[in-house]
Design a protein around this ligand. Structure first.
Ligand SMILES: Cc1ncc(COP(=O)(O)O)c(C=O)c1O
Length: 405
């Protein structure tokens, strides 16, 4: 059982009479992260890499945070972590690098069901002589099928872009299996993990992903993003910076970046380690502790999903957009639905009256909503929970939905 009193004490933004169930839009920030950002501002807010003490301290803090973040992902080297303002920008930078090295007729596979961040940047390369193929969601299973990917792959495929978890459907994709399939054809993968990282642990070595990108503002941090890339690939790419900056990660980080956030984010992996310790797990390696913390999170989130999905599944007028199954093997607690023929916006404005914050729309998974024919209903209603949410909050949501539906 998660000690929710302890967990919620780590998120001061939860001190409100609103139920915050729009976490896939933006989660609350963990207090240790804010504390460390402040620490940077008050004691080491100078340029890095100077000879004077404040600058030496700033550099040490920056490097230490990168080591912690690399260990969290199980990356070999902090140089494999590229910082940027958003996932959308980092994928654009990556795609621009590939634009400069791909050859005429090379192929790129994108899906029709993901956030546009990992679709549009790649699709735009279609203007430069590369062939874009679309891997479509199976509308019956509401999943991406490996067999459909296999049918698209050829020895000209260079990139397969997909998500680890859908920000609308909540469904988890088998990242390791899809990656292995792409690699069989010599293609690289670019995985959008924005909707995955608030809920699950990642091991970039075990999954063997080539590029893996996510945004911290949905994973208990500030509005900032990070992309992991395998070092040999980053070394081989041309970069996106001044001609004399040729080493990763700097070659992909034009201009100064956010040192205060880097230092603050060092506290994020620590949050998960402390969570394990607070629940009595003091033995084992760091990876064991991460594993334990995430297993508690997964279990709690599964129960939250079950409660909400049991309610929605019992209503004949509701269609779940995604899997109706609450199993943590299948989904994260991001649950979308439509009420037959009803405008999704209207429903959300009604739940506002009960101080329950959810959201309607396409959530930038524009192609998915269009292909499912849901535009005329103003997209879906999305309920997105994370581990700090409680069963009492889920009850308040259900109560608000009873009123709104
Ligand atoms: C799955 C997914 N990918 C990418 C993004 C875009 O992230 P950013 O705003 O950092 O570009 C989002 C934001 O909603 C998202 O949910």
């Amino acid at each position: 059982m998660l000690k929710l009193d302890y967990i919620r004490s780590q998120f001061p933004g939860l001190n409100t009479d609103w139920v915050l169930f729009d976490n896939a839009g933006g989660s609350q920030i963990a207090k240790p992260v804010v504390d460390r950002i402040n620490e940077h501002f008050y004691t080491s807010n100078v340029q890095l890499d100077g000879s004077y003490p404040q600058s030496v301290l700033a550099q040490e803090r920056h490097d230490e945070a990168h080591i912690k973040l690399a260990k969290w992902l199980n990356a070999d080297d902090p140089k494999e972590l590229i910082m940027g303002s958003s996932t959308s920008l980092l994928v654009r930078i990556l795609a621009d690098n590939f634009r400069r090295i791909l050859r005429d007729g090379d192929e790129i596979i994108v899906t029709n069901c993901d956030h546009e961040a990992n679709i549009g940047a790649w699709r735009d390369l279609g203007n430069y002589g590369f062939k874009i193929k679309e891997w479509k969601l199976n509308p019956d299973s509401m999943r991406l099928e490996k067999s459909d990917l296999e049918a698209l792959l050829t020895d000209r495929t260079k990139i397969v872009a997909f998500t680890a978890a859908s920000n609308v459907l909540g469904g988890l994709n088998p990242v390791k299996d899809f990656t292995r399939t792409a690699h069989k054809y010599g293609a690289l993968v670019c995985v959008d993990a924005v909707a995955y990282m608030p809920h699950r642990m990642i091991d970039v070595k075990d999954t063997d992903v080539d590029f893996f990108v996510f945004s911290f503002y949905k994973t208990y941090g500030p509005h900032y993003a990070m992309m992991y890339g395998k070092l040999d690939l980053l070394n081989a790419l041309p970069g996106f910076n001044h001609f004399f900056i040729n080493d990763p990660p700097y070659k992909f980080q034009p201009g100064n970046y956010n040192f205060e956030f880097c230092h603050g984010l060092g506290a994020l992996p620590e949050y998960f380690l402390t969570l394990a310790e607070k629940h009595g797990y003091n033995k084992g390696s760091e990876r064991d502790k991460f594993r334990f913390a995430y297993s508690l999170i997964e279990k709690h989130e599964e129960e939250l999903s079950k409660k909400v999905l049991d309610y929605l599944n019992n209503r004949k007028d509701i269609v779940i957009i995604g899997s109706p199954d609450s199993s943590a093997d299948i989904r994260v607690p991001t649950i979308s639905f439509v009420q037959k023929n009803r405008d999704s916006r209207e429903i959300t404005l009604k739940t506002d009256e009960h101080k329950v914050a959810i959201r309607w729309g396409h959530f930038y998974a524009y192609r998915l909503i269009k292909d499912l024919g849901l535009q005329k209903q103003n997209g879906v209603v999305r309920i997105s929970m994370v581990h700090y949410n409680t069963f009492e909050e889920a009850d308040l949501l259900i109560n608000a939905l009873e009123y709104a539906l």
